[in-house]
Ligand binder design. Sequence first.
Ligand code: KIV
Ligand code: ZN
Length: 403
Amino acid sequence: MSSPADRILIFDTTLRDGEQSPGATLTVEEKLSIARALSRLGVDIIEAGFPFASPGDFEAVQKIAQTVGTENGPVICGLARATKKDIKAAAEALKPAAKHRIHTFLATSDIHLEHKLKKTRAEVLAIVPEMVSYAKSLVDDIEFSPEDAGRSDPEFLYQVLEVAIAAGATTINIPDTVGYTTPAEYGALIKGIADNVPNIDQAIISVHGHNDLGLAVANFLEAVKNGARQLECTINGIGERAGNAALEELVMALHVRRSYFNPFLGRPADSTEPLTNIDTKHIYATSRLVSELTGMMVQPNKAIVGANAFAHESGIHQDGVLKNKLTYEIMDAESIGLTNNQIVLGKLSGRNAFGTRLKELGFDLSETELNNAFIRFKEVADKRKEITDWDLEAIVNDEIRQP
Ligand code: KIV
Ligand code: ZN
């Protein structure tokens, strides 16, 4: 199964790891509306929550399984520690979904074994197959994660993954739990797993990473080049501490740089076949919804969905974009569901952008009027962060066209 899949699977964990962002707690109804939006977006798997963690999360996972987990909808997944009570609760909550998955995990790094779990490697090697087999007796689709894989001894990791697959795990997820690895290291870790776990062909390799060093997306892209075929990510990159890899950044990187990634999936570079099942036109609306419901603002300069991501302020850039968008844009604002890019008028704006905006506002000025208006605009813009359409109307009506 780890032979290159047709497309890269998008596993969204906004409702589980994303909800672990401090202050981002969601009600059952809010989780449901995000799940519906994720389904519209076209994610392959929704990790809906951690059913054993609280009655509210159990109910949310169950409701999402009932309403969003339809035959043609996404796989609905629930998280469970490698214990029978967690796994049983997850199986129960997921029951109503047409397609469901249990995601169970146990740490494998020596730091976690010694200080958190107080277990030996031998104990971990015994627990993993026992719990994966138990989960498999309840649900067919099982994902196993060796938590803190990024800081685990690779040789031990290979052994754990082998027994997990032998016990029935069909997805093997490799978490960089503390966002410690660099792209080259993470890529090599994925390659090591692909080359050294004897039964890896029976599972899909998945990646999960945090942004403590801001490297999660770069790490994933390197992982794709080395055989990863499922990406675990969140909308707006929300999640524990500095967050998870951002779905919109991963999807648009794969989309915009398709010809670079195609060969790693065994396709000709010029293939136009999409790399994921995501309908990119729903990205912006989903981002807004998640931001609104979690109360987590999106920084203006955030890639893809930030307020400035398609805005041009300087005169040189505005002039270029007005002549041809390709000069300063590598993707269309429309491709993520925005109606257009934005020419922001400020002190660095040029005459071309200024004149174009006035025309859009319905002003047909003579050459002299335009020159005078532009001089006045620059004076005002020097004192303000941004010039609004009202400011422009005031300049023209009150100062340029005054009798
Ligand atoms: O970061 C992590 O290791 C996790 C696991 C539960 C997959 O979120
Ligand atoms: Zn995580």
